[in-house]
Design a protein around this ligand. Structure first.
Ligand SMILES: *C1O[C@H](CO)[C@@H](O)[C@H](O)[C@H]1NC(C)=O
Ligand SMILES: *[C@@H]1O[C@H](CO)[C@@H](O)[C@H](O)[C@H]1NC(C)=O
Ligand SMILES: *[C@@H]1O[C@H](CO)[C@@H](O)[C@H](O)[C@H]1NC(C)=O
Ligand SMILES: *[C@@H]1O[C@H](CO)[C@@H](O)[C@H](O)[C@H]1NC(C)=O
Ligand SMILES: *[C@@H]1O[C@H](CO)[C@@H](O)[C@H](O)[C@H]1NC(C)=O
Ligand SMILES: *[C@@H]1O[C@H](CO)[C@@H](O)[C@H](O)[C@H]1NC(C)=O
Ligand SMILES: *[C@@H]1O[C@H](CO)[C@@H](O)[C@H](O)[C@H]1NC(C)=O
Ligand SMILES: *[C@@H]1O[C@H](CO)[C@@H](O)[C@H](O)[C@H]1NC(C)=O
Ligand SMILES: *[C@@H]1O[C@H](CO)[C@@H](O)[C@H](O)[C@H]1NC(C)=O
Ligand SMILES: *[C@@H]1O[C@H](CO)[C@@H](O)[C@H](O)[C@H]1NC(C)=O
Ligand SMILES: *[C@@H]1O[C@H](CO)[C@@H](O)[C@H](O)[C@H]1NC(C)=O
Ligand SMILES: *[C@@H]1O[C@H](CO)[C@@H](O)[C@H](O)[C@H]1NC(C)=O
Length: 689
């Protein structure tokens, strides 16, 4: 049964329980059909439209759909001979009503439904349309979990929040934040979007550290309680993904709580852009709430069509006071009508017939008063769906075409920074090249470049009128300063000493500590607590124990790092290095003139002397037969052995001696008898020359 698992999804919404039962009844595999109509070119084609009229999105959609129907019926090339008739139903922001009204539309021979606006209703009636083969074209249900695999008759004519959340994750990554807090409305739209955000952040090694969800009908107290909780958390990057119709409440409460000041980062999804687009000029009170917020806005390419449409829209709303300004949802609603018109046109051209059949299993025989038998399936649903997915035309919001995953091609967002009474475009995000300051239409002509170095945004003025990028988080012990124990010493006050009050300590240790704290990229509030009575030095083991027992968060002082202390607390690197020291008893030594002999023992000196004579003897043996210098009386020869050749300048003689030993007779330092020692030059001469 197709709805076995799908029924489970519906159960998410308790309010829709009754509907869930009803949907279960449609679920069958085979259907008994009865053709009721068989005319090849019908004079009228009915299309349903399902949204909340009195909502930010709905007000724009109402007029956009009205314009679109007018244009389609005027255009002779599309649906010639057939009138497109849109039957609108108001879901009034209610999942229950929305579902009932969707069922009512099915009784009215609609070939497709434009809507629903709400992702929650989208989930429920997707089951119904799957059975009745009526395609749903939602221009506002952005929940990424409304996937085409589970709901083949659901087509999203707007970009899925999957892309928007990837855009936010790229912004978070661009600014180097690691943790964000998500504030969202706890319905299918909110949960689906935030779950996509979690996935997108995870792939960029960031995370949602806290998910703050509030129910769709939350009152001011609930939201302020939630923001109080959020404010105690570590992250200062808030992603707000709520409904346009209640979203500004979050900001007005945040502003009251001082959460729109410097240090905070607020990123809003396109709901805020829809509000700003819809109310022009924007109320200055609203603008004052959202200073410094970064907003995503569905990117729509500029075109003549768009320009003409906007001026037509503005002319229209001048004459009728109730309508809103055009927002992107209105553009997508307009394009959805055209999409349906093109598809029906193709469907009829290919010989398709608009035939409705009753589901034989929906008889009211067993006493039900729900008139379920009135629900009719569209016989040509498959072919129409096929035509819808083959769409290829340029609409108001850009090129309308679906990729193999049934997503609209070229998802892109404008990134806007609110400041003063207006907003500033700081860049674009596109699925193609991610963050960039160049419009996506230009980028599509170039090879995609998503390298980190190519990501670029213009500077942002953050909340609190600062251009400096907020750090994005605070010390988690928010508000409570760290308790730092300081020994109240009597001796060695240079290390630590109390000045006059308990909070005023000074000394070398405190200076080191303060400098280290200042090097941290975030402020850490500390309070110093003096330990000890000031009459005797405190017991440092007790001081260390206080940290271990969590009475203190840390302690600062001239505390020695010893083994049993390291077992219970962590120490910093020592700032006064004593090194590894071995203490040994000192032997008294009497100093004398012979102290210079101390380095070597007597035996060592003897060996050194013997070697001296031995080398001389070896040299004499080798030399005396051929070298004149080694001849003469025995006394002369003895001097030569011990001292080298007798010469006026003793240095040159020694050099001679060494040269002979080392260079195997090749070179000889020649001794000049009459040289002046200050300008002496030694000649190197090849002996054999
Ligand atoms: C439907 O149209 C076909 C021709 O296209 C015709 O043969 C058939 O009789 C029609 N059926 C009804 C019920 O009108
Ligand atoms: C279609 O319905 C009519 C009565 O409305 C009935 O006579 C006919 O047999 C049905 N045809 C089929 C194929 O069920
Ligand atoms: C319904 O009409 C279509 C053509 O319009 C035809 O192919 C189909 O067999 C008919 N179904 C029944 C049950 O008569
Ligand atoms: C639309 O809703 C607002 C509150 O959301 C309400 O004040 C207003 O009266 C409603 N307008 C209509 C026409 O129902
Ligand atoms: C929409 O719902 C609200 C309460 O949720 C109700 O006050 C209002 O009358 C409803 N509007 C319509 C047109 O049903
Ligand atoms: C109505 O009830 C009878 C017996 O209670 C059952 O056989 C029949 O299938 C039911 N019909 C429908 C449409 O549920
Ligand atoms: C879409 O239409 C354009 C011309 O308008 C054509 O060049 C392009 O190939 C079409 N794309 C597809 C996928 O059919
Ligand atoms: C988005 O980009 C990814 C990878 O770059 C690509 O696989 C996907 O098809 C794109 N989606 C759309 C809708 O363009
Ligand atoms: C992407 O952009 C960066 C910086 O603009 C550039 O250095 C790099 O070569 C580009 N890569 C490609 C593939 O174009
Ligand atoms: C701080 O030291 C001063 C003397 O320098 C002493 O009078 C005072 O009582 C000490 N304060 C504390 C809290 O021990
Ligand atoms: C701490 O004491 C010094 C002088 O001993 C004084 O200049 C300084 O203002 C004091 N600081 C605080 C915070 O009391
Ligand atoms: C560390 O050892 C000393 C002496 O052995 C002892 O007095 C002290 O209590 C011990 N300290 C800790 C924290 O165990």
């Amino acid at each position: 049964m197709a709805t076995g698992s799908a029924g489970f999804k519906v159960m998410r919404s308790i309010r829709l329980f009754a509907v869930c039962f009803l949907v279960g009844m449609f679920a069958t595999t085979g259907r008994g059909q009865n053709n009721t109509s068989n005319s090849s070119v019908p004079p009228v084609v009915n299309v349903g439209a399902l949204f909340t009229f009195n909502s930010t999105i709905g007000r724009a959609a109402t007029l956009a759909i009205e314009f679109a129907v007018e244009d389609v019926n005027k255009d002779a090339s599309v649906l010639s001979g057939t009138k497109l008739n849109v039957i609108k139903q108001d879901t009034n922001c209610s999942g229950f009503l929305g579902t009932i009204e969707a069922l009512q539309l099915m009784e009215k021979d609609v070939v497709a439904i434009i809507g629903p606006q709400s992702s929650g209703i989208g989930h429920v009636i997707s089951h119904v349309v799957n059975e009745l083969h009526v395609p749903l074209l939602s221009f506002a249900a952005t929940d990424p979990t409304l996937s085409s695999l589970e709901y083949p008759y659901f087509i999203r004519t707007i970009h899925s929040d999957y892309f928007q959340m990837n855009a936010i994750a790229d912004i978070v990554q661009y600014y180097g934040w690691r943790k964000v807090t998500a504030i969202f409305v706890d319905d299918d739209y909110g949960r689906g979007g935030i779950s996509a955000l979690g996935d997108a952040l995870a792939s960029r090694r960031a995370e949602i550290s806290y998910k703050a969800a509030f129910p769709p009908d939350a009152d001011i107290n609930m939201i302020s309680d939630l923001l109080v909780k959020v404010n105690l958390m570590e992250s200062r990057v808030f992603i707000v993904h709520v409904n346009p119709d209640s979203g500004l409440t979050v900001f007005s409460i945040a502003k009251k709580m001082g959460m729109m000041n410097s240090g905070y980062v607020w990123i809003a999804t396109d709901w805020l852009a829809a509000i700003l687009d819809s109310t022009k000029p924007v109320d200055p009170n609203t603008m004052s709430l959202i200073q410094g917020v970064v907003v995503l806005h569905q990117h729509t390419a500029d075109s003549d069509l768009k320009t003409r449409f906007i001026s037509r829209w503005n002319n229209k709303i001048k004459s009728s006071s109730t309508s809103s300004s055009l927002n992107t949802y209105g553009m997508y609603a307009y394009d959805s009508v055209w999409l349906v018109a093109h598809a029906i046109d193709q469907f009829l051209r290919q010989g398709g017939e608009i035939v409705f059949s009753k589901d034989s299993r929906l008889h009211d025989a067993n006493g039900s008063t729900l008139h379920l038998a009135a629900l009719k399936g569209f016989g040509g649903g498959d072919q129409l769906l096929e035509q819808l997915l083959l769409a290829n035309f340029t609409g108001l919001a850009g090129h309308i075409q679906f990729d193999s995953d049934r997503n609209l091609i070229h998802p892109a967002y404008d990134i806007i920074n609110i400041g003063g009474t207006g907003s500033r475009l700081i860049g674009y995000w596109s699925n193609y090249s991610h963050l960039s300051v160049v419009a996506p239409e230009i980028l599509y002509g170039k090879p995609p470049n998503i390298s980190t170095s190519s990501q670029q945004l213009y500077s942002v003025i953050w909340p609190g009128e600062t251009a400096m990028k907020p750090r994005g988080w605070v010390f988690p012990n928010n508000g409570k300063p760290l308790r730092i124990g300081v020994p109240n010493k009597v001796s060695f006050k240079q290390f630590v000493s109390n000045n006059s009050g308990a909070d005023n300590v000074s000394g070398y240790c405190i200076d080191v500590f303060n400098n280290a704290i200042n090097l941290l990229p975030y402020p850490v509030p500390c309070s110093f607590i003096l330990i000890g009575d000031g009459w005797t030095n405190p017991n440092y083991d007790e001081l260390v124990n206080m940290v271990a027992q969590n009475y203190l968060d840390a302690t600062v002082g001239d505390i020695a790092i010893v083994r049993n202390r390291t077992r219970i607390v962590d120490f910093t690197q020592p700032y006064a290095e004593s090194g590894l020291v071995i203490v040994a008893p000192v032997k008294k030594m009497n100093s004398s003139a012979w102290a210079f002999l101390k380095p070597f023992t007597i035996e060592m000196w003897c060996v050194t002397g013997a070697l001296f004579l031995f080398v001389g003897a070896v040299v004499w043996i080798l030399e005396h037969r051929m070298n004149q210098d080694f001849r003469g009386s025995p006394r002369q020869q003895l001097v030569t052995i011990c001292w080298g050749k007798h010469c006026e300048h003793p240095w040159t003689v020694r050099a001679d001696h060494l040269a002979v030993c080392c260079t195997n007779y090749q070179l000889k330092l020649h001794c000049e008898p009459n040289i002046n020692p200050h300008s002496s030059t030694a000649f190197l001469r090849d002996r054999r020359a």
